[in-house]
Structures are given as C-alpha cells and as structure tokens.
Ligand binder design. Structure first.
Ligand code: SF4
Length: 326
C-alpha cells in the first residue's frame, strides 16, 4: 500500500475531490510513525495526531499497483510533471525507497524526488544511482538553536551531509525550511543564502500547528514575516540580492539590498510568492485552508494577489511610482 495526498489521489483518478488547485507533482508516502520525532510533524513517533496526516493534508492509502499505474497515466497525460516520494524514517526506509524507485521507473519516465532520512553521502548516492532526480535532506530548522528544540539528531551532521551531497551531486539536492519555529528572519535568511551558495534547492514551508503534535498550540508565522522570507529567498536564488547586503533590526528584515524600485519590479510577477522547491512542486493547501490565508500560492497569482503580496511584505510598500504589469 502507498499513501497519496488527497489532491494527488484526485489527479491519479483514485478519489473524487473538489479543488480549485490540483497538484502538479504526485505526492506519495510510505512508512509508519517516523523515528525522527519532529515537534511539528503528525507522523512523528510520539505524536498523537491522526496517522493519515502530513502537515494539514490527508493521505489516504491505496494499492501500490493502482498508485504506480495512476502516476504513469497522469504523467503521460501531462497532468503531473514529477513525483515526490516521502518516506518516514525506519530501519528499512532506504531499501524500501530503492525498491519504489525501481518499480516506478519500470512504468514511467516521470522525474522522482525522494524525501527520506538519509545519513550518509553513500545513501544519497545510492538513491541518485537508482534514478532519483532530487534527494531532499530536510533541515526544517533555520539554525542549530531551533533544530535542537524541534528535531532529533545533530544539526552539524545534517548540515555537513547537505554540504557534501551538494558538492558531490550539484543541482540534485533539496532541503525544506519551516518559517515560524521561533527563528529570526536573519537566522532564516543566513541559512537560505548558505543553501543557495551550495546549490541546494529550497522549499519554504509555514509552520502549520496540527492537533496531537508537540507544536499543536504553536502559531503559524505572521504573513508579513513569511512574505519577506519568500521575497528574499527568491531574490537570493535569482542572484539579484545577497544576505550580506540586507539590513536587519532585532533579527527582522528591514531593508533589502536593492532599491525599492528594483525589488518591486523584480517581485511584481508574483513568482516569489508561489510554492518553492523542486521544479513543478506546488503542494496545494499544504500550509493553508482553502479560502484562507495563502502562504504558498500553488498557481500563478492574479493581479490583485500580486498587489496584496507586495503590500504584505511591509517593507515600505509601493510608492505609486512603480506599475505592476498585468
Ligand atoms: S520540494 Fe516538493 S518535490 Fe521536492 S522534495 Fe520537497 S515536497 Fe518533494
């Protein structure tokens, strides 16, 4: 059996679901409760959350063949462009992942990302040699202080693994960073810059408190904080700005390294505020309720949404001299 996110199950033809934004990546998951025990994760070993949740999304389970055939069909029909395989940590996770890679590739040339808890460059290499397009090594936390509070294991080991893997496999390593775990914007953006310098793809998430997790009473990040991190990540990733040129007061980003006209123009198309990560990964409603506040837009923003996102940055706002193109 394999779990699919509810949106994925709809795209694969396994479930009826009404949604105004469907995934462009097929999100699949295997494994039981995860031995890593992260504070925010419903799959954590000591979490009392529903076992069919990851973030706020439900993950119904289907027969393995039905899922693999569905992915192959959806890729052929161009309704998905990639598949992301998440594996909760266990003794057999690496072996299971390799078998999955083999099985899916026997049915489809769909690019596959793997997000599983690997401990060595050798394990990363085995996944890449087995056909993984990207391997995600999730830092989740922006810095060691936040890592220690929220995750098991060692920050420095994970960081070193990212460095070594990125060097060995340029352009093939991704990481996940969660905004809202108590880090400052300065801590987050320092790590964003370091990851970009290493050539690591960054997927930003907003903390989503889930009932039954250690952080069930936590607070999602303020929207202005999240927009500033999204904007700065985008500008850094595009090579238009750098962490060292940005100004922070009490850990909060107060000025980008670009002039207001430059950053408004660079951000006007709204791309910065779309879901970030591997190509075509849009994770609809992973951090947000439909109709509620949108942290990561899963599809191109409307003119109104683009204007709103720029205002939400709270970085001086629009002067009126800069036009947002239609
Ligand atoms: S960025 Fe998206 S596709 Fe890539 S590993 Fe993360 S969730 Fe999967």
């Amino acid at each position: 059996m394999i779990k699919c996110s509810a949106g994925t199950a709809k795209v694969l033809g396994l479930k009826e679901l009404k949604s105004d934004a469907l995934p462009t990546t097929a999100y699949l998951m295997t494994g039981e409760r995860c031995s890593n025990d992260c504070s925010f994760c419903p799959q954590a070993k000591y979490s009392g959350a529903r076992a069919d949740l990851l973030s706020r999304v439900t993950w119904p389970e289907y027969a393995r063949e039905a899922v693999l055939d569905g992915v192959a069909r959806a890729f052929e029909a161009n309704s998905i462009k990639r598949s992301c395989f998440q594996v909760t940590n266990s003794k057999h996770a690496l072996q299971e992942t390799k078998v999955f890679l083999q099985d899916l590739q026997s049915k489809s040339p769909v690019p596959i990302c793997v997000s599983c808890s690997v401990g060595t460059v050798q394990a990363v290499s085995e996944l890449i040699n087995q056909g993984a397009d990207h391997v995600s090594i999730a830092l989740d936390a922006a810095c060691e202080r936040i890592f220690v509070e929220n995750k098991a294991g060692s920050w420095s080991q994970k960081y070193r693994l990212l460095q070594e893997s990125a060097k060995e496999f340029p352009g093939r390593i991704a990481t996940h960073l969660i905004v809202g775990l108590g880090e400052t914007e300065e801590e987050m953006l320092r790590t964003v810059q370091e990851m970009v310098d290493l050539g690591v793809t960054i997927a930003l998430f907003a903390l989503t408190p889930i009932k039954g997790t250690r952080l069930e009473h936590g607070k999602p990040p303020a929207i202005d904080q999240y927009r500033r991190i999204q904007a700065a990540r985008y500008l850094i990733q595009k090579g238009l700005d750098r962490f060292e040129k940005m100004c922070f007061e009490g850990g909060k980003l107060v000025r980008l390294g670009l002039s207001e006209e430059e950053w408004v123009n660079a951000l006007a198309d709204g791309e910065a505020f779309r879901t970030s990560g591997c190509p075509d990964c849009n994770r609809p409603y992973y951090n947000e309720k439909p109709g509620g506040l949108i942290y990561n837009y899963p599809k191109p923003l409307t003119l109104e949404q683009r204007e709103q996102a720029l205002r939400e940055l709270n970085l001086g706002g629009l002067t009126g001299s800069v036009q947002i193109p239609d």
